[in-house]
Design a protein around this ligand. Sequence first.
Ligand code: ADE
Length: 253
Amino acid sequence: MKKFHILTIFPEFFEGFANTGIVSKAVKKGLVYLNTVNLRDYTTDKHRTVDDVVYGGGPGMLLKPEPIFRAYEEISKEKKPYVLITEPWGRRFDQKFAQELSEKDEIMIICGRYEGVDERVKAIVDQEVSIGDFVLSGGEPAALVIMDAVIRLIPGVVGDEDSLRVDSFSDGLVGYPNYTRPPVFNGMEVPQILRSGNHKLIELWRRWKQIENTYKKRPDLLKKADLSEKDKKILHYIKKGKKFEDFISDNKV
Ligand code: ADE
C-alpha cells in the first residue's frame, strides 16, 4: 500500500479529492492511504499558530518550522517517508517524475504557502517540486495534482485502457484523437477509417495522428521522442504537407 502524508493548513481542501472517482476507489481497495495532517494539530500555543513574520523584514508570513518538524518526526517513527515540498521553483513535475514517485512506498508532501516556509524546513526535504512556471497561493493544488498523477500509476488502480494511454505519453508523443457515437454530430463526421474495422490501418492512422499532433502542438517533444524508422518516414511526409492517403498509396499499405 502506498501512503501519502500531506502536511497542510487546509486539510478540508483534500476531502473532495479523496472521496471522488479513481482516488476514492483506490483508497477503498486499500491500494492507497491518504493521511491529511493538519499542521495546527502540531502547534503548542493557545492560538495554534502555524505562521509568523519574516526575519529581516518583508511582506507576508512564513510557515513556522516546529509544527512541520513535529509532524515529520511522528510520521517517521513508523517509516521515514520521501519528503517533497511544493515550491514554484522546484524540480518540474512531469510523467517521469510521477513514475519515480510511484516506486516510493511513503511520500510526505509539505504544502508550502506562496509567501514561503522557514528555510530550516529544507533540512528534512528530499526534493522541492513545482507543477509549472506560475505562482499558486499555496501548495495544496500542486499536492493534489502530484498525488493524482502518481496514484493512477499504482498497479490495480486504473484499467488497462488507461495504462496504455500513459504508455503513449511515456513514449513522448501527444495522443491521437478519439470519437464516440453518434457517427455524425452537427455535420461533423467520425473519420471513416475508424469505422472500417481494418485494425492495421487504424493503428497506422493513429500513429500518423500522434506524430502530426505532436508536430503541430508540441514540436519540442519530437526532439526527445523515441521514433522508429517508420515514424520518421511519417514525420517526413507530415513536414512536407502530405496527407495520410499519400503515405498509404506511396507505401502500398
Ligand atoms: N506553490 C506556489 N506555486 C507553485 C507551483 N507552481 N508549483 C508548486 N508549488 C507551488
